[in-house]
Design a protein around this ligand. Structure first.
Ligand code: 5GP
Ligand code: MN
Length: 320
């Protein structure tokens, strides 16, 4: 931490960013760390490669988060990559990272490749936000209500509302401190979970009706084509939670969504609910990664090819 404080003090400018397809933990952590750094340091830029899903608009400072295009010509003395298991998760922002003097990698993925000059990786942390809570305190900055709101958002979204086993006693103690920092917990929950549009729920209904069950009830598959997203008028960022519904089914060990992306690639999301069903290893067969119970990958294949590959490869991971 002392080294980090020294480097930050000697930096003319600082970048804080995270992975493509921003989620609650990536947005919460870059905002929390970026806002905290601004208390003491000059020229702090918070940016993302992709636009943020609208459901995070309630994080008021999120509207000031810049895009890659706004910072791509700058060279930063200090570059924070948050919530990225490997540098490729940065997408095009990797260019900015490569031009930076010192790269700090702060993450909680077991698959982290230690790509930074300084690597702060805690695979037992529920979220990057949980780590950022301690880091902000350790570097002597203040967790105000705004920052606490960002951190709480990341913890809630990455721990499945404190349901997953990554929500430890420490996670709950931090949550208590955040509540004491006067966050509006109900407002956060309302914005994250109780503001869905009718078209989103109808889309969910369609996906559940058309979900495929394979491997004798052990594997649930959702196929989400771009035509389907167009038909229901759903931005791809809004399908985040669908994969979890497959996992909730009794007997299902692995749930997967196969989503067509605009550049004809497929985005795979995997979920498991058992300690002995490690979907990170399954994602790694597709050059992806993540956590034991939540992982993802991108794949260049047709939908039918992808489905066949997933079924074949999932066989060795499901429970017998
Ligand atoms: P999600 O399914 O919500 O997109 O991602 C679940 C988990 O898998 C997250 O922790 C995320 O970081 C990781 N993940 C998702 N997609 C990829 C990917 O393409 N590569 C790697 N290495 N990890 C991914
Ligand atoms: Mn995370």
């Amino acid at each position: 931490m002392n080294k980090l404080i020294e480097i930050a003090s000697n930096s003319n400018n600082i970048a804080v960013t995270s992975h493509v397809d921003p989620d609650g933990d990536s947005i919460g952590s870059i905002l929390a760390l970026g806002l905290a750094l601004k208390q003491k340091y000059k020229n702090v830029e918070i940016f993302t490669a992709d636009p943020l899903p609208a459901r995070y608009d309630f994080l008021v400072e999120s509207k000031y988060i810049k895009r890659y295009e706004d910072v791509k010509d700058k060279a930063f003395d200090l570059f924070f990559a948050l919530d990225c298991g490997d540098e490729n998760r940065l997408g095009k922002s990797i260019d900015v990272m490569k031009k930076s003097k010192t790269v700090v990698n702060i993450d909680h993925h077991i698959s982290n490749t230690q790509f930074g000059d300084i690597n702060i990786v805690n695979i037992n942390s529920s979220s990057t936000c949980e780590m950022i809570f301690s880091i902000i305190k350790d570097i002597g900055l203040t967790i105000d209500q705004e920052i606490a709101t960002c951190i709480y958002t990341g913890i809630v979204t990455d721990s499945g509302n404190f349901m997953y086993d990554n929500a430890t006693d420490k996670t709950h103690l931090i949550a208590a401190e955040l509540i004491r920092a006067n966050i509006d917990k109900q407002k956060i929950m309302y914005n994250l979970y109780q503001k869905k549009s009718i078209k989103n729920l109808r889309f969910l209904g369609y996906c559940l009706t058309n979900m495929e069950i394979e491997l004798d009830g052990h594997l649930a598959i959702f196929e989400i084509t771009s035509t389907l997203l167009d038909k229901f008028d759903i931005p791809s960022a809004d399908i985040e939670g669908i994969v979890n519904y497959g996992r909730d089914i009794d007997g299902v060990d692995i749930s997967v969504t196969i989503r067509e992306e605009s550049d004809s690639k497929l985005k795979l999301s995997f979920r498991s609910k058992h300690d002995d069903v490690d979907v990170r290893k399954l994602a790694e067969l597709f050059n992806g990664g993540g956590h034991k119970k939540a992982s993802g990958a991108t794949l260049n294949a047709s939908l039918d090819e992808a489905k066949a590959l997933i079924i074949e490869n999932a066989k060795q991971f499901i429970r017998r």
